[in-house]
Design a protein around this ligand. Structure first.
Ligand SMILES: [Zn+2]
Length: 102
């Protein structure tokens, strides 16, 4: 279950709202909370990770919005639980079916 706190003011990729520091970027928070929902813990020593233990400010030094992006640390944490995506081989169809060769 993912819960968004009623006490927060949420903005969706709204740079001006986020600049006011009265609003929290819901996209960044949603990705982080979904990470917890699928079993990922905080990644302590990587402040750039979506799964860092604190809110990541989504504006750069020039005041531009930084869209949330999974880092290699976030991806590795998910793959540690679920495994890496299986790459399709040339012989497989789009459903992953590998026809027997004669
Ligand atoms: Zn968290």
């Amino acid at each position: 279950m993912i819960h968004f706190d009623d006490d927060e003011y949420w903005a969706y990729m709204d740079n001006e709202a986020i600049e006011s520091e009265e609003y929290t970027d819901i996209l960044n928070t949603a990705i982080h909370e979904i990470g917890h929902a699928i079993g990922i813990d905080h990644i302590e020593a990587k402040p750039e990770a979506i799964m860092a233990p604190f809110y990541r400010y989504t504006r750069d030094a020039f005041g531009n919005y930084i869209p949330p992006k999974l880092t290699t640390f976030d991806i590795a944490a998910a793959q540690a639980i679920y495994g890496a995506r299986k790459m399709k081989t040339n012989d497989e169809d789009d459903n992953g079916y590998n026809p027997p060769s004669n």
